[in-house]
Ligand binder design. Sequence first.
Ligand code: GLN
Length: 471
Amino acid sequence: MFTIDELQAKLAGGATAVSLAEESLAKIESTKNLNAYISVLNERALQKAAESDKRRAEGKTLGTLDGIPVAVKDNMCIEGTRTTAASKILENFVAPYTATAIEKLEAAGAIIVGKTNMDEFAMGSSNETSYFGKVVNPLDESRVPGGSSGGSAVAVASGTVACALGSDTGGSIRQPAACTGVVGLKPTYGRVSRYGLLAYASSLDQIGPFGATVKDTATLLGAICGIDPHDNTTSTRPTEDFTAKLNAGVKGKVIGVPKEYFGEGLDAECKAAIEGMLGKLEAEGATLKEISLPHISYAVSSYYIIATAEASSNLSRYDGVRYGYRSKEARKLFDLYAKSRSEGFGKEVQRRILLGSYVLSAGFYDAYYVQAQKVRRLITDDFNKAFESCDVIASPTMPGLPLKCGMNESDPMAVYLSDIYTVSLNLSGLPGVSVPCGMAGGLPVGLQWIGKPFQEADLLSVAAATEALNK
Ligand code: GLN
């Protein structure tokens, strides 16, 4: 792995953006067995890199990201390039416009080298539901790299790029970061525009960065955030320099430790790694405070009701008529819908659409969907109350080691349950970052820091302190 600073030093030392892009593309080629990328944008990347070199030669460099290769998850549109969401239904879909987050990255000079593999439509935690095949965890091939943004995490972990973008609906940035030993940040809902992100569950989805370091995720967040007239849920808050507080330390900070998070269900070695780190932070001047999130045990069930309900609605646009896969077998209109969708969507996506349609159906709407929305409110209230007495909340990212390959097929329920620590942040719109923290079973453990809404700068300062102590 390497950092943006290291690449910047190379550029300052005379390397060209074209040479950095070539190195990145060569590494993508030589690590093809990991299956982290769905599309590689060779020509486009080299052209953009040449433009960056031209700017540099003219003294018009755009800043820290100018000339830096970046990978993006294949559910974000780039005009004129294929965007598949790892689904057969969009196998040949070419995007007619560019996602705002990517537009901003490119406006900052970043070079997009490829579109990364993912769970189909971002549904999953294992990266095994991709139509293009699973992503391999370079640290242990018998285990998954986490999902759904596993391709982006592996792109960083395997050294093809310094940083990448993913999307997080219920943990899809934080979990793969934890499984591959990198840093992954889910921003506050509304911090980053969702325009051009293929929707999974619109009230939960958020684009965010991966990096080898906290600083690089902070740099990327600074580049992609901000109000967007194309997305009415973006916040009007001005963008910030999220690297500003990285050296602030934790002295005087109150760390909330939810008692519900460190009991049953958490792997003993992971628990020891996280508690060890909390001890070190205490020694640095932070105060640990036990807090309670009384409704948290309902997070997974309410998440899977709300997420699937929204997914069933969002995915109704893939009907074989306007764009995407169309069944060749269909003779009548109904058949066209039914066959295109059953041939085009994978099993997990179909399971989610069925579940979502069920919880929204006339007879069950009040019992499931409305009830889940009420629980969502209670969980948000739990966090609000907890934050009255602490600055940040500590949590595991995952209940244990990365899942063994094949579990999504054999025990999908167990995979859903492994989202226990991450989905509540999406339900409440809160920012969270997973940072490497010790080892368990020879693999990195992720510590998830949960922050107050829009306090990413503070959140990242605690994450940076953790990173510095993770020796
Ligand atoms: N694992 C969760 C799900 O399958 C979250 C996925 C995500 O964040 N995109 O819904």
